[in-house]
Design a protein around this ligand. Structure first.
Ligand SMILES: Cc1ncc(COP(=O)(O)O)c(C=O)c1O
Length: 402
């Protein structure tokens, strides 16, 4: 089957070089630098959203919704569900059913709610560090413990440590595995064989897999994402899949995600947990935006992916020519890139100071992704190339002085 994701990209309709000023829009990435980093005069390439405008059809749909003028309680229509089902059918060949889809106002809330619904205080939740740091909060602030199956760095490539996973999965308090697929921050798009092996270990030990696939639409050419639950009926029934259009079309501020739970019993337990928090309704704007994005904006995504590949190539070339002591871990997916600065500076606090005080850039420090993240930096490539160039020049200058 020809996947839309693999259709060759030709011609450009959108201008990703356009620099849009995000200051004074209550923007977490640009307007809260002082609060988040202690300095305001930084170039931000940290939190995982894009500095690009969403596709025009999405903007038009939101304007039209805003003009209607009534923003009362909102629900999800059949057309909404069809747009989600169509997306997974077209792009992944994965057949999902309307009733499997549970709305939550984000993937992180869904992960926290699943932890509450499917484990008890004191239980252990397996993660694979270095990994997306809000998982730790979801686990620990709910009184559960992190059980770490640390990733191995083999050469320039991260791999799962299956021997260690078998051991961790056998732990009598282990209940859940959080799979980050594609993996933030290391950029791996897990192969089907790797997912099968992981799924086997989890199923044999009675663990629920929470597969966070929020980055799945953003892969580099030739790389194919496999939906964990699509691998077998067994995996479908022992997992919940967290999805969203938010990374794909830059809609994170609209707070909408689709949690796919094929198993009826698990779905009912999860839905009860969601409803225990509130009478859950999406905001008045989010459903229209997602619907239009999924139905009409694949061409935008393909152009974005082509631009992103250009940004990655630019970064690799720049680093090779100007800061060869930094190692680029080449991502297979996500618009995040994991950079190894350990040959520049081993002390994580000194490295952080170098970024903030000398380079004046805001990246995500590797150590916040916990074990194995120390001495790395995560840079966000979803920005106009001129911003990326400017950030890299500042970093190169700071490294030279260091
Ligand atoms: C792996 C992963 N999961 C979840 C999220 C955030 O999801 P949401 O904004 O829907 O809570 C992110 C954002 O960076 C992410 O990288």
């Amino acid at each position: 089957m020809l996947r839309a994701a693999d259709i060759a990209m030709s011609g450009t309709k959108y201008n990703f070089d356009d620099v849009v000023n995000r200051r004074n829009t209550s923007c977490e990435k640009w307007d809260f630098l002082e609060k988040n980093f202690g300095y305001d005069d930084l170039l931000p390439l940290w939190v995982a959203d894009m500095d690009f405008r969403s596709p025009q059809p999405v903007i038009d749909a939101l304007v039209s919704r805003a003009k209607h003028g009534i923003y009362g309680y909102t629900g999800l229509t059949n057309e909404y569900y069809d747009s989600v089902i169509g997306w997974y059918r077209r792009r992944y060949g994965w057949e999902i059913r309307k009733e499997w889809i549970v709305y939550t106002p984000g993937v992180v809330p869904a992960v926290s709610l699943a932890i509450r619904a499917f484990s008890n205080p004191g239980d252990r939740i397996i993660v694979q560090t270095p990994v997306y740091y809000p998982f730790f909060k979801s686990i620990e602030s709910n009184g559960r413990q992190v059980l770490n199956n640390r990733l191995k760095l083999n050469g320039d490539r991260y791999e799962m440590d299956f021997d260690d996973l078998e051991e961790k999965a056998r732990d009598s308090r282990a209940r859940i595995m959080i799979l980050c697929s594609p993996h933030n921050p290391v950029g791996r798009v897990w192969k089907k064989d790797e997912l099968k092996r992981l799924g086997r270990i989890c199923a044999d030990n009675g663990l629920l897999v929470i597969s966070d696939e929020i980055h799945s639409d953003i892969t580099y050419p030739g790389i194919v994402h496999t939906n964990f639950a699509s691998i077998s009926e067994e995996f479908a029934s022992t997992s919940i899949t967290c999805t969203s259009a938010s990374k794909t079309f830059n809609l994170a501020g609209l707070q909408i995600s689709n949690i796919i739970i094929p198993d009826e019993k698990k779905r009912s337990i999860f839905s009860n947990e969601v409803e225990s928090c509130s009478n859950v309704h999406p905001n008045s704007f989010a459903p229209d935006a997602v619907m239009v994005a999924y139905n009409e904006c694949e061409d935008w995504l393909e152009e974005f992916r082509a631009y992103l590949k250009g940004n990655l190539d630019f970064l690799k070339q720049f680093v090779k020519e100007n800061v060869p002591e930094v190692r680029v871990i080449e991502p297979e997916g996500t618009y995040l890139c994991w950079l190894d600065f350990r040959r520049v500076e081993q002390d994580v606090k000194k490295l952080e100071r170098m970024m903030l005080r000398d380079a004046k850039v805001a990246l995500d420090e590797g150590y916040i992704f916990r074990d194995g993240g120390e001495g790395f930096e995560r840079i966000n490539l979803a920005c106009p190339r001129s911003i990326l160039r400017s950030a890299l020049e500042k970093i190169a200058e700071a490294v030279k002085k260091h």
